[in-house]
Design a protein around this ligand. Structure first.
Ligand SMILES: C[S@@+](CC[C@H](N)C(=O)[O-])C[C@H]1O[C@@H](n2cnc3c(N)ncnc32)[C@H](O)[C@@H]1O
Length: 224
């Protein structure tokens, strides 16, 4: 059978081809076995993915990274380590979540050191924005988590307001403890490249974790 007849054969590789993804797309089809799906937004060089995938062989990890240099670097790394529970996709995570991801399909979104885009005219490029939140929560399984770290105090305030600071957020999400990942080293939260760099520089790291409520109410209830 050729690849044309069975496009899923393309997914035997670590690199995911966006053109082969249907809309909507079931991320579980990328993996050879069932398991909770963890999605990292802005995976960079893949250090978090590599270490977590090794620590949790029964979880399935998808990393999304739009910079070609980092995308290729992390694929090469996963291949060298013969990691079979990681897939990496090169695209804009915001578009992929909005247009491809199925409802109730993701166990955890990991967003570590998202670009803060500090200039006001660039704020629209930020990952954490109202327009994305509705899709992130839609895609989470009930009790699924969003885990965030950043060194940027201003962006952290925005993220906290978005995830736990409004009545809308409170209907969808509830705060939960942010535990260090199993693969993190002592003193680290997640063990990503940026965290290691910022810890060396003595920067403060802000963390936040929320989970999706079992029953989310997206629209106000009509009085009976
Ligand atoms: C500051 S780096 C952090 C990398 C990694 N998470 C870490 O902690 O080492 C942010 C990364 O997110 C990627 N990125 C930013 N916005 C993105 C988007 N909308 N979709 C996919 N990747 C994105 C950037 O290319 C960059 O590699």
């Amino acid at each position: 059978m050729t690849t044309d007849q069975n496009p899923l054969l393309d997914f035997d590789d670590i690199a995911v081809d966006l053109d082969a993804c249907t809309q909507p797309f079931d991320v579980a089809t990328l993996f050879r076995r069932p398991g909770p799906i963890h999605l990292e937004i802005g995976a960079g060089k893949g250090t978090f993915l590599l270490n977590q995938a090794r620590a949790h062989p029964h979880r399935n990890f998808l990393g999304i990274e739009w910079a070609n240099k980092f995308y290729r670097y992390s694929i090469d790394r996963m291949k060298r380590w013969q990691i079979d529970n990681v897939r990496i996709l090169r695209t804009d995570a915001r578009d992929f979540i909005r247009s491809y991801l199925l409802d109730n399909s993701i166990d955890t979104f990991h967003v570590y050191f998202p670009d803060p885009w500090p200039k006001k005219r660039h704020h629209k490029r930020r990952f954490f924005a109202n327009a994305n939140l509705v899709h992130i929560t839609r895609c989470l399984v009930p009790q699924g988590r969003i885990r965030v770290t950043t060194d940027h105090a201003g962006y952290f305030d925005v993220i906290r307001e978005l995830l736990i600071g409004t009545p809308h957020a409170a209907r969808l999400l509830e705060p939960t403890d942010f535990y260090p990942t199993d693969a993190a080293q002592p003193g680290e939260w997640v063990g990503s490249n940026f965290e290691r760099k910022y810890l060396k520089e003595g920067r403060r790291i802000f963390t936040l974790a929320v989970k999706k409520r079992r029953t989310t109410v997206n629209k106000p209830q009509r009085p009976r």
